[in-house]
Every structure is written in C-alpha cells, then in structure tokens.
Design a protein around this ligand. Structure first.
Ligand SMILES: [Fe+2]
Length: 196
C-alpha cells in the first residue's frame, strides 16, 4: 500500500531513552579511494570477459560504525509493523550540478558512511544543539555520521562531484515512512526541544 502523507510528528520529538549524537560524533578517516584514482580506476576487464567495477572498499574501523551501530528501540517502534528497516544498503549520487544543494535532511535510525566517486563535494552537518561542521569530501577521505545530524551537500565550482553512500537501513519505496528521512523544517522543530 502506498502511504503518500505519513504522520511524521514523532520525527521532531526529543529522544526519550538515549542522548542525541552531536557533530563531535562525526568521524573522518584519511583513506585513499583507489577506484577514483586515475592509475587504478575501474572497470577492469576480467578473465570472464566481463568488467569488474569496485563499488566500495572501506576500512573496518569505519565499516563497524555502521554495521555495529545501535538501532534505538524507540525509533524502530515508529516503523510500520512487519517491516524490518535494519540491513545494509549502498548507492551513488553521480554528477552533482554546481547550482544545487542536496540533503537538507536528517534521519532518526540511519547511520551513514559517505565516500567520493570523483571530484569534490562539500558537506555541512548540524546537530540538534545548532553546532555546525563543514567537511570537503574528496578521494582521500571517508566520512561517517550518525542519526539526528542534519546534512546538506553541494559540489564546489568546477569540481564535478560524485559520491557513494553505505548505510544500515533498508526502505520500502511504496511507504515513505520507511525512508527514515525528514526535512530541514522538521529538524528546526527538533532543535527547539533542545533549547535551554
Ligand atoms: Fe542522508
């Protein structure tokens, strides 16, 4: 069943059973992304005649932040009965135009790792206390960030950015609530709960 206008009212509520992560929980790892390096770029032709393309290769200390992360029970309780949002998912965002801003969103369950697939992408993160951090993502670093961190991104002039994402949630395209994605406007409502 398609749910076009789900009730997102829970998304601006202060967590009751755990502390909200902050920008200090964002983790940056220096890491050469070989498959965006000009010398080692895939695809490679294999013995089978098919082409091998590296989707990602990430170090354990980063991967474990996503694989071993906690799924907060109070957040899982907002998902539809019978749908298990837990899992592993990867996707790419290619050729980001210079005049657009992506993201403008936050999640309540999803932990994400982002890595470059070419060029540069500027990321801006904000926590529920209003503290911000900007990080330029390129082929020599990988970034991890937890839920409840709003994130926006854009590609700087002439840098032609593309990126990959590795995260710990699945979604049902027919049910918006399972996307676990909430707007900047809802984030402002959440921030208000942390004032004082
Ligand atoms: Fe996201």
């Amino acid at each position: 069943m398609t749910c076009e206008n789900p009730d997102f009212s829970f998304a601006s509520k202060k967590p009751g059973t755990y502390s909200a992560p902050t920008i200090d929980n964002i983790f940056v790892q220096e890491w050469k992304i070989h498959h965006v390096d000009s010398k080692t770029r895939t695809p490679w032709k294999t013995k089978s005649g098919g082409y091998l393309e590296v989707l990602f290769h990430l170090p354990w200390n980063l991967v474990q932040r996503v694989i071993s992360s906690t799924y907060e029970p109070e957040e899982l309780a907002n998902m539809p009965e019978g749908f298990d949002i837990r899992g592993l998912r990867g996707y790419s965002v290619m050729n980001i135009p210079e005049d657009k801003i992506g993201g403008l969103e936050f999640h309540r369950i999803r932990h994400e790792i982002i890595y470059s697939l070419g060029g540069e992408v500027e990321w801006r993160f904000e926590d529920v206390y209003g503290k911000m951090k900007e990080i330029l993502l390129s082929g020599d670093k990988v970034i991890y960030f937890p839920p409840l961190i709003k994130h926006d991104y854009w590609t700087p002039k002439n840098s032609g950015g593309s990126l990959g994402v590795f995260c710990n949630t699945l979604f049902n395209p027919l049910d918006k609530i399972t996307q676990d994605t909430y707007s900047a406007e809802i984030f402002e409502g959440l921030k208000k709960k942390f004032e004082n």
